[in-house]
Design a protein around this ligand. Structure first.
Ligand code: TYD
Ligand code: MG
Length: 472
């Protein structure tokens, strides 16, 4: 047998080269290239392992119209989880779930596996990180010690597949985590790109042939990406991220990719001493402990998928001692903040050049909707002017570069949720013609950012600096 050439693979993107380099040319990552024996070529997939045939098999081509059954689903009974998967796990699908260490991935999956096992499904939980005793201890703490989940602490993919293939294939198999797995078909060390890809490939093949739902737990790197090759994300049917931060009890589950369901739904959980509890009304949670009388906070009526979520946006605008004032944002987009600040300067008359600006979405939620522009602007104006916003008002609307406040989707759902939670007024864009009647609460429609600035400045307490005062 010929001696294998050493190959080098980027641990971030999976690109393969024939010599070591400091920088990966494919993804631009530094120090990500590592020598791997027996690395596959970038194009190697199931194709490369298939025996070559002189002639292809003839298969029938079909039309778009035809009879197709809805993918059979297996609901876990945990409502927030089923919402994210799109109504339950699809048989034979593979889900990659990523999240920071200690966020609660193993806890959630223990709860999900127990729920399915209690329904009578065969469920296997394979931990490559913890001993069986540890997994058992966690299950006991969660009050799930009696669930008929089959446990093992294993890392060899061939052994795992051989074991699971015995008898009735499991309905659900959890692999915690994919980075600890290794396959004999690849020579490199566990955790390397080639091993992760090889192991994932074998497990995906197992899922597709047996109809078992396979959930792969993936580690997350410092910058929030699922560690190991991005290619695994392309190979699986769904990628779910589990987010939250240490300082808060709630955890948000978000589908990043989903071949069998929506990607804009979120599931909200709260970490308690009995594991993860479902949060069916996230708005109440995100608004709990709201500071009512301080300037600089505004309630945003947002949407996460089909679900309205009310959340508090906090801003702090303070004179800066730095040459270049600081702009920091948590839970929102930095460039979106820059844009809102530019619009406030250009069209709202605010002078922010000598001020530090901090913006925070309370509760650790991450917002990506442009509809939050108006709430962020209101919070910023309020902080700068020292005028607290009325605490029974919600804000939503997109800000254009011209200062125009533009309509956003699903206004009715936002208003309904706000009314349900006791809010009396909504500051929002001018509604489109047909949506004017039947408002569940008083709407204060605005067409331009100047209306918002004027409205807030009018409620400014005496003795506070005027907005238009120039600095220095
Ligand atoms: P874990 O599921 O082990 O996290 P991951 O698998 O994502 O690394 O969760 C660990 C954290 O969750 C740990 O800090 C303890 C906490 N926890 C609770 O607060 N309550 C519980 O009932 C359980 C099981 C864990
Ligand atoms: Mg874990």
């Amino acid at each position: 047998m010929a001696k294998r050439q050493p190959t080098f693979a980027c641990q971030a993107c999976g690109a393969v080269t024939n010599r070591w380099k400091g920088k990966c040319e494919a993804c631009g990552g530094w120090n990500t290239i590592v020598e791997e024996t027996g690395a596959m070529s970038p194009m190697a997939g199931p194709v490369a392992t298939r025996p070559s045939r002189a002639k292809g098999r003839i298969f029938a081509l079909e039309g778009l119209s035809g009879e197709t059954k809805e993918a059979p689903r297996m609901p876990s009974g945990i409502g927030e989880l089923d919402r994210v998967t799109g109504g339950g796990f699809v048989h034979g699908s593979v889900i990659l779930i990523g999240g920071d260490p200690g966020i609660g991935k193993s806890t959630l999956l223990t709860q999900a596996s127990a729920a399915l096992a209690n329904q009578g499904h065969r469920v296997a939980y394979i931990s490559g990180e913890e001993a069986v005793a540890q997994v058992r201890l966690r299950a006991e703490r969660l009050g799930l010690g009696q669930s008929p989940v089959e446990l093992a602490s294993e890392t060899n993919v061939e052994d795992i597949i051989a074991t699971l293939s015995q008898g009735r294939p499991p309905a659900l198999a959890i692999i915690d985590s994919i980075q600890t797995m290794w396959t004999e078909t690849v020579e490199s060390a566990p955790g390397t790109v080639t091993q992760v890809r090889g192991s994932a490939q074998a497990l995906i093949r197992f899922a597709k042939t047996t109809g078992t739902v396979v959930i792969l737990v993936g580690h997350v790197t410092k910058d929030g990406q699922i560690a190991g090759p991005r290619v695994v994300e392309h190979m699986v049917d769904a990628v779910v991220s589990f987010e939250g931060d240490g300082g808060h009890h709630f955890r948000i589950m978000r589908a990043v990719k989903n071949r069998f369901g929506p990607t804009d739904e979120i599931g909200v959980f709260e970490m308690s001493d009995q594991g993860l509890r479902e949060v069916t009304n996230p708005s109440e949670l995100f608004l709990a402990g709201r500071d009512l009388a301080t300037p600089g906070t505004a309630v945003f009526a947002g949407m996460e998928g089909t679900r309205p979520v009310l959340v508090e946006i906090q801003a702090l605008v303070a004179p800066s001692s730095l040459g270049t004032p600081r702009r920091a944002v948590v839970g929102w987009d930095q460039s979106r903040l820059s844009m809102v600040l530019a619009v406030l300067e250009a069209h709202g008359g605010l002078r922010l050049g000598q001020h530090d600006v901090y913006l925070n979405v309370a509760g650790g939620l991450r917002i990506s909707e442009p509809a939050a522009d108006l709430a962020a602007a209101a919070a910023l104006i309020s902080s700068m002017s020292g005028a607290a916003l009325p605490n029974d008002t919600v804000y939503f609307g997109e800000l254009g570069l011209s200062g125009a406040i533009r309509p956003v989707a699903q206004a009715a759902a936002r208003l309904k949720e706000a009314a349900k939670l006791g809010f009396a007024t909504a500051v929002m864009p001018n509604p489109r013609g047909d949506a004017k009647e039947r408002m569940p609460l008083a709407a204060s429609s605005m067409g331009h950012i100047t209306d918002l600035v004027a409205g807030i400045a009018a409620s400014r307490p005496r003795g506070k600096p005027a907005l238009r005062r120039s600095e220095g």
